[in-house]
Structures are given as structure tokens and as C-alpha cells.
Design a protein around this ligand. Structure first.
Ligand SMILES: NC(=O)c1ccc[n+]([C@@H]2O[C@H](COP(=O)([O-])OP(=O)(O)OC[C@H]3O[C@@H](n4cnc5c(N)ncnc54)[C@H](O)[C@@H]3O)[C@@H](O)[C@H]2O)c1
Length: 347
């Protein structure tokens, strides 16, 4: 039995508690939140609330903790929890900068305790479908991948609105989407261009678009928007022989493959002001439509892996080198947006 405690019983903290209450191998020892009303809410739901952070961290029964507080509080909490002998999972983005992340990793090594970021979106089924089609090379030489999440309510009106708390969409959603894309390939990133938006918020980015180029020339476009009243597809991936689209979180989508490359004849499309053969839709006999594969996934495997790593039976799935790589790229993206130019790099 592993005893777990949570620091920060807000929106995501509640998600962790609910998930872990379903795992028989974990005992939820309790939570601590800086706000008394959040501790009262935990107790109302039958979960013990510690009277202080010190009380939680000095509880010898607790082997590991999850930190789910605003982004700017992660560094001191991670370092304190590791120093108290706990293994630590921290919500994403674990750090506001590469330097902060390195301090956390150093502390984890010094204290001999596990530490990793909660990269739960590695278990998203839309991502796993794209990963399978990419790794199996079903499209025959993928040369471009596009990953987008679009909302229409701006940045949530809480600490995410403020730089001091680590707000903004590069840190919020960027850390998920960049983590996903980087795990698709071992190729180094050789350049990135990034532009940010400030439609609803002057202080932090309320969206961004980045184009990442890998060593082979493979490109990935990653876009987060919060002023999109019509959403573009969640994923769009192009290979030499086909295209995959995943439209939405419900996993609507398809793969379209060319069945006869040589049949190039097309019926020209006449628009009001011209004629095009190049952009004419393909005729049905030259293409084949395939449904998306279905992939079962259970995000609780993140915690199961953490337990195995605590028992010394497995490596952590979320590795420090991967966390560092994501943070280096996020920093290169911020630099590109600041300079308004392509940043050449090797990440
Ligand atoms: N992985 C995901 O899918 C996902 C989704 C949402 C949020 N998050 C991350 O989770 C973290 C929390 O986000 P949220 O949406 O739950 O925010 P939230 O504002 O809903 O909750 C944060 C909670 O932390 C408490 N808190 C603040 N400072 C504290 C401290 N020093 N000690 C103890 N408690 C403290 C607050 O009182 C609040 O209850 C952020 O890092 C965010 O990026 C991750």
C-alpha cells in the first residue's frame, strides 16, 4: 500500500483525488490547501485535510505527494517536499523556466527521491492514434504534423491571467502539446518560429502558433487559441501517400490514402473568377478512406508507473531528459516570439 497526499485542492487537485480513490493500491492520506475553505471542502467529501503543509510533509506514513497549485508555487513546494523525503509528482508546467526545472531535478537527485511532471495528455486517445499512424508510417513518409487546441473564452480569469503566477498559454497548453510532438520522433529540433496572441489579455499570451522543424525537414505546427469560435481540427498529418485528420475530442476523423498515384486527371473546378485543376478534389476511384484506429488508454497508468518506479521495478515514464527538452523548446519559442524571428537551435 502506498500512501499519497495532495498539495493544492483546487480544480486539478480534485481530479487527482477522485482518480486515486479508484486505485486500490493507493491510500489517499489527505490533502492540504492554503485556503481553509478548500480544506473544508475536502473534509466534506470525506478526505482528511492536514492543518498545515508542515503537518502533511512530516507525516511519516506519506510516501509520495502530488503538487497541484498555481505554477509559480511549484518550485518551493517541490524542493520542500523532496527535502522532507517524499517522492514528488508535480503538475505541469512544473517550472516557469529551464533554470527552475534544473533546480528541481538537482534537488531530486540530492534527496534520492523520484520527481516528475504530470504529463497526463500522453494518454489522450487522439494523440495515441496519431502516434500509431506516424510510427507505423501508414501515410508513407510523414512530412508535416499539425496539432491544435481551440477555445473561445480567453484565458481563464484566475491566476492564469498573470505573468507572476506563470500564466499564459505557452506554459499552460504548450507544455502538453510540445511534449506530445517531441515524443513522436528522436530527431533534434533544428529551428522554431513562434508568434503569440494578446486578443483578450495584454499581460500573458492568450494563444500561440509555432512551427518546429526537425533535422530531416519534418515540420510540426502547434497552435493554441482561446478566441476561436470555430475550431480547426485537433490533428492534421500529411504523408506522401495520405492524410489523417482528427477533427475533435470525440475522435471524429479519417485517413485518406491515394490508391492510384498515376491517375492524375482531374475535372477542373471553376470558381467565379477562375479555373483550377491543381486544387480540384480527387475523384473517388483514386483514393481510399479509412476509419481511425481505436486505441484503449487509461491515464491511471501514469500513477501505476510511478508506484512501480517507487518499488524500483520500473523507470519513470516521464523522464527528466524529456522534461528538460520540452522546457528548452518552450524557451526557444518565447525567444522567437520576443525577437519576431526564427530561432535556430539543436534541442
Ligand atoms: N494536467 C492537466 O491536465 C492540468 C489541468 C488543469 C490544471 N493543471 C495544473 O494544475 C495546477 C493547478 O491548477 P488548477 O486548475 O487546479 O488551479 P486552481 O486555482 O483551481 O487550484 C489551485 C489550488 O492551489 C491552492 N494553493 C495555492 N497556493 C498554495 C500553496 N502554497 N499551498 C497549498 N495550496 C495552495 C489554491 O488555494 C487552489 O485551491 C497548475 O499547475 C495547472 O497548470 C493541469
Amino acid at each position: 500500500m502506498y500512501n499519497w497526499a495532495l498539495i493544492g485542492y483546487g480544480g486539478m487537485g480534485g481530479w487527482h483525488v477522485r482518480k486515486l480513490l479508484t486505485l486500490p493500491e493507493i491510500k489517499v492520506a489527505g490533502v492540504y490547501d492554503i485556503l481553509p475553505e478548500r480544506n473544508a471542502a475536502a473534509e466534506a467529501e470525506g478526505v482528511r485535510a492536514y492543518p498545515s503543509l508542515e503537518a502533511l510533509l512530516s507525516d511519516k506514513d506519506v510516501n509520495f505527494v502530488t503538487i497541484a497549485t498555481p505554477n509559480d508555487t511549484h518550485l518551493p513546494l517541490v524542493v520542500e517536499a523532496l527535502a522532507a523525503g517524499k517522492h514528488v509528482i508535480c503538475e505541469k508546467p512544473v517550472a516557469l523556466s529551464l533554470a527552475e526545472l534544473q533546480t528541481m531535478i538537482d534537488a531530486s537527485r540530492r534527496c534520492g527521491r523520484l520527481f516528475c511532471s504530470h504529463q497526463n495528455r500522453r494518454w489522450d486517445e487522439d494523440y495515441l492514434i496519431i502516434k500509431k499512424i506516424f510510427k507505423d508510417d501508414e501515410l508513407g513518409g510523414v512530412f508535416n504534423i499539425e496539432s491544435r487546441v481551440h477555445g473561445s473564452r480567453g484565458v481563464p480569469s484566475d491566476w492564469r491571467n498573470e505573468i507572476a503566477h506563470g500564466g499564459g498559454m505557452i506554459l499552460d497548453w504548450g507544455v502538453h502539446l510540445i511534449d506530445q510532438v517531441l515524443l513522436l520522433t528522436d530527431e533534434p529540433v533544428v529551428s522554431t518560429w513562434c508568434g503569440v496572441t494578446h486578443v483578450t489579455n495584454d499581460e500573458v499570451d492568450d494563444g500561440f502558433k509555432t512551427v518546429i522543424t526537425f533535422g530531416s525537414g519534418l515540420t510540426a505546427l502547434v497552435e493554441v487559441g482561446t478566441s476561436n469560435f470555430v475550431s480547426m481540427p485537433r490533428w492534421y498529418m500529411q504523408g506522401r501517400n495520405g492524410t489523417t485528420v482528427i477533427e475533435d475530442w470525440e475522435l471524429n476523423g479519417k485517413t485518406v490514402m491515394v490508391s492510384d498515384w498515376h491517375k492524375r486527371d482531374a475535372v477542373p473546378v471553376a470558381t467565379a473568377a477562375g479555373l483550377t485543376k491543381t486544387m480540384a478534389p480527387r475523384t473517388e476511384e483514386t483514393i481510399k478512406n479509412y476509419p481511425l484506429p481505436r486505441i484503449e488508454s487509461d491515464v491511471c497508468d501514469f500513477y501505476r508507473n510511478f508506484l512501480s518506479a517507487m518499488a524500483g521495478e520500473a523507470q519513470l515514464i516521464v523522464k527528466h531528459a524529456e522534461m528538460l527538452r520540452v522546457m528548452k523548446l518552450l524557451e526557444a519559442m518565447k525567444e522567437s516570439a520576443r525577437l519576431d524571428q526564427v530561432v535556430h537551435t539543436r534541442i
